[in-house]
Design a protein around this ligand. Structure first.
Ligand code: HEM
Length: 487
């Protein structure tokens, strides 16, 4: 029997036949609703999206017990539309728990684990400098040039593609693919994600427009994966490529089993889609926080001035000597966590926890947003206050955001060390060279950004205005000199 102990499902709102609770779940910012449900139903809440059983874990403890500790909670559900029809099933976050996924993780791990990832620091440093230089020319385009920086860092690290502008062929392909995915994943937006049998309807059938969208999507995903890898292989064949010049060339050198190339192609394409927008989200949050909390900015700048001095820009070597910056990065990851619902894991077979029954293929999401708003751990949670992390032992009475911002268990973000390095060098360079303040309107009044966010799976603060001004003529000189040095 599936449920021999006859235990109940976790509590939750009553579902309608067929529709389940789908009509109750907002497409954006659903974590706010789940956090309210925590008061009614507790830390473990169950509901249904059409026929899909969903469990939300509202506490760090429950998420850690299940998603981190249990091997049975490391799978992913099938997304018919996004995964199967559009071809995203070939990218790591969608791959089912099993041998293929293990091969993909191994390829990523060998280049991205904490001891190896330093290889990419020169590229991260270079593009952070170019970002500073872009800000000198067009400070008001700080978000646009941030996106460009993230694209440059990943494309260079993964393929050694030199991205000059946002119109780059490979960047455009990946961005188009991401846009297509964002339009299809949210709950309810695409019925076919939850009604697999709809896939069998021919595409000329009225209302089956999803099949055209799927076909378009699949083409984009294939091109996004094939084209840059062909570029790498061309460089290798022509003998231009250093074997270790990029993630992909290293992987092609190191892994030569049957089917290795296909694995490498899928993994490489994943890195842009998983790594660019997430990093941009975190860095936008940082800039917003600096505009809203000037005293934090001053303190961070004082630390840099003390440790680095003003004769140079900071480097990766300074990282250990800048503990307050470390706390700022943690607070960025907590204050507006990038993925407020993480990425849903699923159960491989039926299971029990806390007296409740979990059928197989239950979609289980950590409500990370609720964890970041736990007032017992983080008093005054809306305040951006890095000091809350100062002078404490890891895991003692406060959870380090690194423990939840990058997910859980065997599925934990394999790019976390890479992401943190990009965040570090960008943040520390920005603080050294610029003051970030609120913008002023024509009457000279300060404009305070409202700090709202778009509520998407990868959550972004909404576009806002701020002033980004060099701290001194010396800072401008250092940026110019730094960028010159790169040429
Ligand atoms: C601040 C930036 C980032 C954040 C906050 C972040 C967060 C996450 C989270 C929450 C997950 C889901 C883990 C789970 O299922 O429990 C994830 C998965 C993943 N991330 Fe990241 N990530 C970031 C940057 C990156 C970067 C830069 C890369 C690649 C270079 C990357 C590659 C991946 C991949 C491949 C997965 C799927 C892992 C799997 O399903 O086995 N991420 N990330």
């Amino acid at each position: 029997a599936e449920n021999p102990r006859g235990l109940p499902f976790p509590p939750g709102p009553k579902p309608l036949p067929l529709l389940g609770n789908t009509l109750q779940i907002p497409i954006t910012g659903s974590w706010h609703l789940y956090t309210k449900w925590q008061k009614t139903y507790g830390d473990i809440v169950r509901f249904k999206l059409f026929g899909q059983s969903v469990v939300i874990l509202n506490s760090y403890e429950a998420a850690n017990d299940l998603l981190h500790q249990r091997a049975n909670f490391q799978d992913r559900i099938r997304y018919e539309m996004t995964g199967e029809l559009m071809g995203w099933i070939n990218t790591v976050p969608f791959v089912k728990y099993g041998s293929r996924w293990r091969r993909h993780r191994k390829i990523m791990h060998s280049a991205l684990h904490s001891g190896a990832v330093g290889k990419f620091n020169p590229a991260q440093h270079r593009f952070a400098l170019e970002y500073l230089n872009d800000l000198l020319d067009a400070p008001e385009d700080f978000i646009k040039s941030l996106r460009l920086m993230a694209a440059k860092v990943i494309m260079h690290s993964v393929y050694k593609v030199e991205v000059k502008n946002a119109e780059n062929e490979y960047v455009t392909l990946a961005e188009t693919a991401i846009k297509q995915i964002n339009d299809t994943i949210p709950s309810g937006a695409f019925l076919v994600n939850f009604f697999p049998f709809l896939c069998k309807i021919p595409s000329w059938f009225p209302g089956a427009g999803f099949q055209h969208i799927a076909a378009e999507g699949k083409k984009t995903v294939e091109e996004m994966s094939n084209k840059p890898l062909e570029y790498v292989k061309r460089r290798m064949a022509e003998g231009i490529a250093e074997p270790s010049e990029s993630f992909a060339s290293m992987a092609l050198e190191n892994y030569r089993y049957d089917g290795a190339e296909d694995d490498i192609k899928c993994v490489s394409a994943t890195l842009y889609t998983a790594g660019a927008d997430t990093t941009v989200s975190a860095l936008k949050t940082f800039i917003l926080a600096m505009a809203l909390f000037p005293e934090v900015q001053k303190k961070a700048q004082a630390e840099i001035d003390r440790v680095v001095g003003n004769g140079r820009l900071p480097t990766f070597e300074d990282r250990e000597g800048l503990p307050y910056i470390g706390c700022v990065i943690k607070e960025v990851l907590r204050w507006r966590v990038v993925l407020p619902l993480g990425v849903g894991h699923s159960t491989h077979s039926s299971d029990y926890y806390a007296g409740y029954y979990f059928p197989r293929d239950t979609l289980v999401h950590p409500n990370v947003w609720a964890m970041t708003r736990d007032e017992k751990m983080y008093p005054d949670p809306e305040k951006f206050w890095p000091e809350r992390f100062e002078g404490r032992d890891k895991d003692k009475d406060i959870v380090d955001p690194h423990m939840y911002a990058f997910g859980f268990g065997r599925r934990i973000c394999p790019g976390m060390h890479f992401a943190r390095a990009t965040m570090y060098i960008t943040i520390v360079s920005l603080l050294t060279a610029f003051d970030i303040t609120k913008a002023v309107d024509e009457q000279g009044r300060e404009i305070t950004p409202d700090g709202s966010d778009d509520g998407c799976i990868i959550n972004h603060v909404n576009p806002f205005k701020c002033k980004i001004k060099p701290r001194s003529p010396r800072a401008v000189e250092l940026i110019k000199k730094g960028v010159e040095g790169l040429r």
